[in-house]
Structure formats: structure tokens, C-alpha cells
Write a protein that binds this ligand. Structure first.
Ligand SMILES: *[C@@H]1O[C@H](CO)[C@@H](O)[C@H](O)[C@H]1NC(C)=O
Ligand SMILES: *[C@@H]1O[C@H](CO)[C@@H](O)[C@H](O)[C@H]1NC(C)=O
Ligand SMILES: *[C@@H]1O[C@H](CO)[C@@H](O)[C@H](O)[C@H]1NC(C)=O
Length: 350
């Protein structure tokens, strides 16, 4: 394919995405809210309120969003693209809501926190752990939604809402050292199961769950490999043990829990496809991060770091995907139907 064709392809996809989002928004009035749980892939600002380093509250984070928001990328996250697709506002960070804000919000809340995992001991001093996220949702169901919707409407609202859960990558690192094995995958999947069961017991029925991205290809890992830029196959292989079990778990819960339905999205596949064939997606740099631009040193994006000018041609913003990579993920999920199964279709959830 020539460069022109690549550009055209990317342009056509963007237009298709906009059309699909616009029509879906019309159809999706029946999904009343989006509740978001998990880690930095979807955090919309909760970490601002958690003790410890406030890592993403400075430029260039949020530079294409207009302002730093705590999102760990230059612009929109996959949670934001899902909200657009559903015709809902972006789910605001739970910890940032005022008591008045909590009383009036009925279109969804984001409890996710960068650094958190499934396990309670994963970065528990610097993030709002999943158990706390679920307790926050429990308080929402028992104390906040009854005020906004009326006591009798809460159960129906929760059962019709969509629950995005994105977690598991941070659990694979303990004290910055990678851990992963078949045994660990079984343990972690069981801990995840327990938490999905609790959400179900609180009334959640419709789940959107992505698998764990290939951490072995994150710039902070691959740029320390030999040759430079090569993914750690060992790391990816060990993460794949967990990813294989995740799909099995979701099918199992569907047979065990009344009303449980899900869409599984293959985040790993989306990132790997962009990395393997970047030009197909208009991506020029699929290995190095946008921030910092210099790949010597610790590879952390800091307030004074130099960063790339054209974010739309990068796969990685730091270790996290750029907004463009998140948009390509949304196209693959909602339009190509190549990474989300069953095909995400609003009717699937009605
Ligand atoms: C936090 O993690 C540490 C280990 O990293 C663990 O000892 C402690 O019990 C955890 N705290 C909670 C509240 O789970
Ligand atoms: C974490 O790693 C550092 C350096 O690798 C080490 O000095 C420290 O003892 C470790 N802490 C724990 C709790 O294992
Ligand atoms: C990611 O996807 C590739 C290709 O689809 C697959 O070979 C690999 O095992 C997956 N890795 C993980 C971590 O799931």
C-alpha cells in the first residue's frame, strides 16, 4: 500500500467511526449509565485524590483533551470512547465528585485508579484499590442513586447499566518485579471472579471486560531489551496464561450468575496488531513513547519532559496507549468487530 492509501484508510475509518457513534447514540437511550472500574487505562482522575505522587496531573498529559485530567494519555481513554459510543457523557471520577454532584449524577461514575490491580496488595498505598472501588459503588447504589432516581428505580437502573472493568496488568508487577506463571494466573483469575460476583450481587448484569495488554511491549520494557525495541516474549507469554483464563471465566459466570452478560474485548490483540503493522493504521512510531522523547534514562514522562509533536502517529504516549491508539481500539471493537466478542451491539445488552 502507498502512503496515500494509508492516509485514506485512516481517514475513512475515522469518518465511519463518527457515523457509527452518531447512529449508535440515537439507539442507545436504553443504556442509562456507564460505571467504570480498574486501572490507568480508564482512570479519569481518581488518583488526584489518592495520597502519593499525583503522576498525571500535568502537561503533556491531557494535552489533546484541553487540560490534564488525571487520564494517563494525551486525550481520550477507551472508557471515553465507550461513553461516546453509548451516547453518554464521560463518566466523572468518583473521588472528585462533590456531595451535590453525587446527588444528581445518574449517567455513570468512574471509580478506576491508575496503579490499582485486582489484588488488594497491588500498589495499595498509591491507588484506590479495586475493593475500595467496589465499596464506592456500593455507597453509590445504597446512598447516592436512591436520591437521584428514587429508591424503587435503582435496581432496574443498575441492571441496565454497563460495567466496564479493566484490570490485571499491575498485579503482574510486585515491587517493580514481574511475576507471572500458570499458578499466578489461576490465583488472579479467581480473585477477579470474586470481585465480579460482588458487583453482580450489587445488581450489575452487563459487563464489558478487556484483557491484559502485552506489558512486554511497553516502552519501559522493550527499550531495555536486546535488540532495543524487542518485546519481552517471556513476559507476554506469562500474561497470556491469564488472558486465556479470562474468557473462560466470563463464560463460566454467564452460566452461573442469573442475568450476567458480557462483551470481552481483546486489548492485547489491538495493541499487537498496531505494533506489527503500524502503517496500516497511520502510526509511524510503534515502539518509542511520545513522552519522554529521549529514551535514555528512566522513561518516565515528567512535567519538564520533551514530548512528540504529532501524537496521532504514535502507538504509546508513555507506557499507555495514545488517544489515537485508543481510537483505533474503538474502531476495531465497534466497527470492525474484530476484537470484541460477542460483537458489541447495543441490543446485546437490552
Ligand atoms: C497493602 O499491601 C501490603 C503488601 O504490599 C500488605 O501487607 C497490606 O496488607 C495491604 N493492605 C491492605 C489494606 O490490603
Ligand atoms: C523492593 O525492591 C527493592 C530494590 O529492588 C528492595 O531493596 C526492597 O527490599 C524490595 N521491597 C520489598 C518489600 O520486597
Ligand atoms: C496477544 O495476542 C497475540 C496475537 O493475537 C497472541 O499470540 C498472544 O499470546 C497474546 N498475548 C497475550 C499476553 O494475551
Amino acid at each position: 500500500m502507498s502512503t496515500n492509501n494509508h492516509l485514506n484508510h485512516s481517514l475513512i475509518l475515522t469518518v465511519l467511526l463518527l457515523i457509527a457513534f452518531a447512529t449508535k447514540s440515537e439507539q442507545s437511550k436504553q443504556i442509562p449509565a456507564l460505571y467504570v472500574f480498574g486501572d490507568s487505562l480508564v482512570d479519569s482522575g481518581n488518583n488526584h485524590y489518592v495520597p502519593g505522587e499525583d503522576l498525571q496531573n500535568f502537561f503533556p498529559y491531557g494535552i489533546d483533551f484541553g487540560t490534564p485530567t488525571g487520564r494517563c494519555t494525551n486525550g481520550k481513554t477507551v472508557a471515553d470512547f465507550l461513553a461516546i459510543y453509548l451516547g453518554l457523557p464521560f463518566a466523572p471520577a468518583y473521588l472528585g465528585l462533590s456531595s451535590k454532584g453525587k446527588r444528581v449524577i445518574t449517567t455513570g461514575i468512574n471509580y478506576a485508579s491508575a496503579g490499582s490491580g485486582i489484588l488488594p496488595d497491588t500498589n495499595n498505598k498509591t491507588s484506590f484499590i479495586m475493593d475500595e472501588q467496589i465499596r464506592g459503588f456500593e455507597r453509590t447504589v445504597k446512598g447516592i442513586l436512591p436520591k437521584g432516581l428514587g429508591e424503587e428505580a435503582v435496581e432496574k437502573h443498575v441492571s441496565e447499566s454497563l460495567f466496564l472493568v479493566s484490570s490485571g496488568v499491575n498485579d503482574h508487577f510486585k515491587n517493580r518485579t514481574f511475576r507471572g506463571s500458570r499458578k499466578f494466573a489461576s490465583y488472579l483469575i479467581n480473585e477477579f471472579k470474586i470481585r465480579l460476583q460482588i458487583l453482580h450481587s450489587l445488581g450489575a448484569r452487563k459487563f464489558f471486560v478487556n484483557n491484559v495488554p502485552p506489558a512486554g511491549c511497553f516502552p519501559s520494557i522493550s527499550l531495555h531489551s536486546k535488540p532495543i525495541g524487542k518485546c519481552s516474549e517471556k513476559m507476554n507469554k506469562r500474561i497470556s496464561f491469564y488472558n486465556k483464563k479470562l474468557l473462560i471465566l466470563l463464560h463460566e459466570l454467564q452460566t452461573q450468575l442469573p442475568g450476567f452478560t458480557f462483551v470481552h474485548s481483546d486489548l492485547n490483540k489491538s495493541i499487537m496488531e498496531i505494533r506489527q503493522n503500524p502503517h496500516k493504521y497511520g502510526i509511524v512510531e510503534a515502539t518509542k513513547p511520545c513522552c519522554p522523547r529521549s529514551i535514555n534514562g528512566d522513561l518516565a514522562c515528567r512535567p519538564y519532559s520533551d514530548f512528540c509533536a504529532n501524537r496521532n502517529t504514535y502507538l504509546f504516549f508513555d507506557d499507555h496507549p495514545t488517544e489515537r491508539a485508543n481510537q483505533i481500539y474503538a474502531i476495531k471493537c465497534f466497527i470492525d468487530h474484530s476484537i470484541c466478542t460477542p460483537r458489541i451491539n447495543i441490543r446485546h445488552f437490552l
